[in-house]
Design a protein around this ligand. Structure first.
Ligand SMILES: [Zn+2]
Length: 374
């Protein structure tokens, strides 16, 4: 099935670099979650995502399929015009941007909206906003009150909330006493350096702040995106299993909560199970597409569909830094979803009409229904 005609509602991505950073950033870093220079220099250029993407970008630029040819084909071209061409080719009509990633390095959310031909809506990254409040609050009680007030104030202007707690203390979110939270916060305040925002990695505080955010999300009907599955080496993958989130779906205090498990790889089947049994559980196919081999991408979409209904799956590019990643994400998202749905038709799991309806849902319809409009 060719899905090029379906414009994408990209429900999770990040902003792009300003031109100077784009010109100087190492090319290999686009194609991996690693940041160790040895991995970037010696191994990433032998990864399937890198090798395949050089050919994909060479086809876009009309040059020889080598990294040097790709780099020289784009060098000297007006940056914004080139980025606009890539995003237009990706056929993304709307994007939800988590602007808490590389906040100081990437274009602001507003700049990203103005620079490209798409509608942009904001996703608020919870842990980043929480860290920003720490210097002004001496105890955890006033910090959490201020955090709740901030979320309520911002909620009308947001499409979603996003948590990276998987990167910090994991998805096994527990209940803690106020005494435990205050003790944890005292330690954070003690280690504060002037002018540097803390990277909070205390489970009592993060779990408690997340509970505050989840209650606000329930009341305001804002979906909450969770990073789950693989990511950069900061992450303990064992603690990023979406099954650890089960307690959120069964908690009577969180009735109506809508959770999107992002990325999921390699826990796609687990996330698909959650999406099949809990009304508030949704699952994202991004990052795994396009960061893995075709075999893995195809398996990922197939495994998501083992159990999860077509109404519970969403596709994102999870692109960041360079418009080339939006292009590659959209290219492979459409291609893999198209291939898997076509397989489903050929073996009789879906009719052609059901597959077409499914493609519309995955690329735009489900996200359009899930994320509120302001
Ligand atoms: Zn992301």
């Amino acid at each position: 099935m060719n899905l090029d005609h379906i414009s994408l509602l990209d429900h999770h991505a990040h902003s792009v670099w300003p031109e100077a950073a784009w010109q100087t950033a190492p090319f290999a870093a686009y194609f991996t979650e690693a940041y160790d220079p040895q991995v970037l220099d010696e191994h990433t250029p032998h990864g399937i995502f890198y090798l395949r993407s050089v050919r994909d970008l060479a086809a876009f630029y009309g040059c020889e399929a080598t990294p040097d040819a790709v780099l020289s084909a784009r060098a000297g071209k007006p940056y914004l015009e080139l980025s606009r061409r890539l995003i237009a080719a990706a056929n993304i009509r709307e994007v939800l941007i988590d602007d808490g990633f590389l906040k100081r390095e990437l274009m602001s959310f507003e700049e990203c909206g103005a620079a490209f031909p798409w509608t942009v809506r904001r996703i608020l990254r919870l842990e980043t906003e929480l860290a920003g409040l720490v210097p002004q609050h001496e105890n955890a009680g006033t910090l959490l009150d201020a955090f709740e007030a901030l979320l309520r104030r911002e909620a009308p202007n947001l499409a979603a909330l996003k948590s990276v707690i998987a990167y910090r203390t994991g998805l096994d979110i527990r209940r803690w006493s106020n005494v435990e939270v205050e003790a944890a916060y005292t330690a954070i305040r003690r280690d504060l350096s002037p002018g540097v925002l803390p990277r909070i990695s205390s489970q009592p505080l993060l779990d408690m702040a997340l509970r505050v955010a989840l209650r606000v999300a329930c009341e305001t009907r804002l979906p909450v995106q969770f990073h789950t599955g693989y990511g950069d080496p900061d992450l303990d993958l064992r603690l990023a299993d979406p099954l650890l989130l089960r307690g959120l779906f069964t908690d009577p205090d969180l009735r109506g909560l809508q959770v999107v498990t992002l990325h999921c790889y390699p826990y796609t089947r687990e996330a698909g199970y959650l999406a099949s049994v809990y009304p508030g559980a949704y699952l994202d196919l991004g990052l795994t597409i396009p960061f893995t081999s075709q075999h893995a991408m195809r398996t990922h979409v197939q495994e998501a569909l083992h159990l999860a209904p077509l109404s519970k799956l969403l596709f994102s590019t999870d692109a960041s830094r360079t418009a080339e990643l939006y292009y590659l994400g959209a290219l492979w998202g459409r291609r893999m979803i198209g291939q898997v749905l076509e397989d489903c038709v050929s073996i009789g799991d879906l009719t052609a009409t059901e597959a077409e309806d499914g493609a519309m849902r995955l690329l735009q319809g489900n996200a359009g229904r899930l994320y509120p409009r302001t």
